[in-house]
Write a protein that binds this ligand. Structure first.
Ligand code: KG4
Ligand code: ZN
Length: 338
């Protein structure tokens, strides 16, 4: 952090997927406002995100959401010190809405603009509103709808990818298996809610789902086999009962979280970091949070509202990695990597 920026107010804008979010954050941690509008209700009908619909909803929401976030922060656009915007990864149509809006503000108001990688943004959920911040080096597990990655973070902005999923992401595994069980979208919260009823039915015989790649000597993951195993169990049933759904939801959550914890533990044993961070939408999962808490001491998991997509962590990430670029150079990049 450069000197003299302690009171800096950054307007964060995040539109990478189905959430339209804007936030005003002071000094990288103090959240003056954090507004999120979601088009999830539109996508529920289809059992997953429809990119075209998501982009249209982004367009409808972007200005009202920004205006609301400035109002809540009691700040005028002209008094913002810089704009931070997610440039990728994500859905192109959705990303473009935030990116072009942010560029327009930067151009018209002559404000500095900082491009932010959505995955880096998730990590800064651990800095937002937080009194105790992680020490470096840190091992970071990013678990979201599109990503499952283990990263060695040596400093602000210094990330080394050490492993990731070879097929589906952890969030995707929740979403796809929830769909097989008819639990609706998004699957993570639906599986978690269903799994929470499990102790009531523990007279049921547990189904032992695989823990894919749990013992492999690398930091990679694979969740597509789990989806196939669930499909097989579903096909064996004459009728999908509530009891079956509860046992399966519990098993799915156990299988996914066991693998995430075991692989994070291998990375920690290998790199001996000073902190362990778990971020991204799936880090909102209570079972995962509890298992991680049992395992690691210097553990950081954002409060639930900063696990799923929001713009507070985008503003925070821009503060700690303050590298404004001319607005002409900012481009949406759906395939951006860590
Ligand atoms: O980070 P995020 O909000 O968006 C992306 O960047 O992808 O993550 C969304 C993912 C979805 O797959 C959703 O099912 C999952 O996070 N998720 C959860 C929970 N809440 C959201 N997975 C498990 N348990 C939850 N409580
Ligand atoms: Zn995300």
């Amino acid at each position: 952090m450069a000197k003299g920026r302690e009171k800096m107010k950054i307007l964060g804008i995040e539109t990478s997927c189905d959430e339209t979010a804007a936030a005003v954050v002071e000094n990288g941690t103090k959240v003056l406002s954090n507004v999120v509008a979601s088009s999830v209700e539109v996508h529920k009908k289809y059992g997953g995100i429809v990119p075209e619909q998501a982009a249209r909803e982004q367009l409808k929401s972007i200005l009202p959401v920004i205006s609301e976030s400035l109002e809540q922060a009691k700040t005028k656009l002209i008094d913002i010190d810089a704009i931070a915007v997610t440039v990728g990864p994500g859905l192109l149509g959705s990303l473009l809405v935030g990116v072009e809006t942010a560029k327009t503000f930067a151009y018209v108001l002559k404000k500095p603009i900082v491009p932010v990688n959505h995955l880096h943004g998730h990590i800064y959920g651990c800095w937002v509103d937080s009194e105790k911040v992680p020490e470096f080096p840190a091992i970071v597990l990013i678990v979201s709808g599109g990503h499952t990655e283990l990263v060695l973070m040596e400093d602000h902005g210094k990330f080394k990818f050490i492993g990731g999923t070879r097929d589906d992401a952890a969030g995707e595994a929740f979403d796809k298996t929830a769909r097989l069980l008819g639990l609706g979208y998004p699957g993570g919260p639906a599986i978690a809610a269903c799994a929470a009823q499990f102790p009531m039915t523990n007279d049921q015989l547990p189904i032992n789902l695989p823990r894919p790649m749990i013992g492999s000597r690398d930091f990679d993951f694979s969740f597509s086999g789990l989806k196939t195993a669930v499909l097989r169990e579903v096909q064996k049933q004459k009728e999908i009962t509530e009891e079956f759904k509860i046992v399966m939801a519990y098993e799915i959550q156990e299988a996914i979280t066991d693998v995430l914890v075991a692989k994070t533990e291998s990375a920690v044993n290998f790199y001996l970091p000073k902190s362990v961070l778990v971020v991204g939408g799936v880090s909102a999962n209570t079972a995962l949070r509890e298992k991680m808490q049992e395992k690691f001491e210097n553990l950081f998991i954002p409060p639930i509202k900063y696990c799923t997509d929001n713009a507070a962590y985008i503003a925070s990430c821009a503060f700690y990695n303050y590298k404004p670029v001319p607005w002409q150079k900012i481009i949406a990049d759906p395939g951006l990597e860590i």
